[in-house]
Ligand binder design. Structure first.
Ligand SMILES: Cc1cc2nc3c(=O)[nH]c(=O)nc-3n(C[C@H](O)[C@H](O)[C@H](O)COP(=O)(O)OP(=O)(O)OC[C@H]3O[C@@H](n4cnc5c(N)ncnc54)[C@H](O)[C@@H]3O)c2cc1C
Length: 179
């Protein structure tokens, strides 16, 4: 039996995209020690900027960010690009609030019977928001780092081996252990 206290991480996440970074924040908030390994050395990419990097945030995403105080940070961080985003995101100019799409068919929030969602948490987040991936990832990465998440770039995960005692993750010739 190995000494579990010698294992530095509780969780290793492959990929510093929006999901990996937000998950890292949530796990760290729950008291776990998290390592994020990202294959890309450089966080800048033309694909993460306008026009290709444009993302409309769904209601549930907005609410999750709002609950963690991230929505305000994202809005503030994208001030510089907000005019360009409004031009690119035509749906933001609609008077009805878009709620998402299914196979490209848009539906609106006023067509959703939210009373059916008994599990839904109360929220005051009610903004339409489009954001570029670069801004979103930089806000989430800054939050994650401030919480103590370790983010290492230039590490492509190429093997994960789980035993009854630990999980071993291999990336860029190095080995990382998690509980
Ligand atoms: C053109 C386009 C438009 C879209 N529009 C919308 C939209 O309007 N609204 C919306 O909600 N969603 C949209 N999406 C979907 C949205 O971008 C994805 O759902 C979201 O990016 C998924 O986040 P993620 O963190 O899971 O993955 P990703 O954003 O793909 O990030 C994964 C990360 O993992 C890294 N990685 C991959 N493999 C490894 C490895 N082996 N080791 C280490 N790192 C690794 C990658 O480099 C990357 O940084 C769109 C997608 C595309 C392509």
């Amino acid at each position: 039996m190995h000494d579990q206290s010698s294992i530095p991480y509780d969780v290793v996440i492959a990929g510093a995209g929006p999901v990996g970074l937000f998950l890292a924040c949530e796990l760290q908030l729950a008291g776990l020690q998290v390592l994020v390994l990202e294959q890309s050395q450089d966080s800048h990419s033309a694909l993460k900027q306008l026009p290709f990097g444009l993302r409309g945030l769904s209601i549930s995403t907005l609410e999750a960010f709002h609950r963690r105080g991230l929505l305000e940070e994202i809005v503030a961080a994208q001030q510089l690009t907000s005019d360009a985003i409004k031009r690119a995101a035509h749906w933001m100019q609609q008077t009805r609030r878009p709620a998402g799409h299914f196979a490209g068919l848009q539906f609106y929030q006023d067509n959703i019977d939210v009373a059916k969602w008994s599990w839904r948490l109360p929220t005051s987040a009610d903004a339409n928001l489009a954001v570029d991936m670069a801004t979103l990832e930089s806000v989430l990465a800054a939050r994650a780092r401030s919480m103590g998440v370790e983010i290492r770039r230039g590490f492509a995960v190429n093997a994960v081996v789980a035993s009854s005692e630990d999980v071993t993750v291999q990336a860029a010739g190095e080995t990382f252990r998690a509980r």
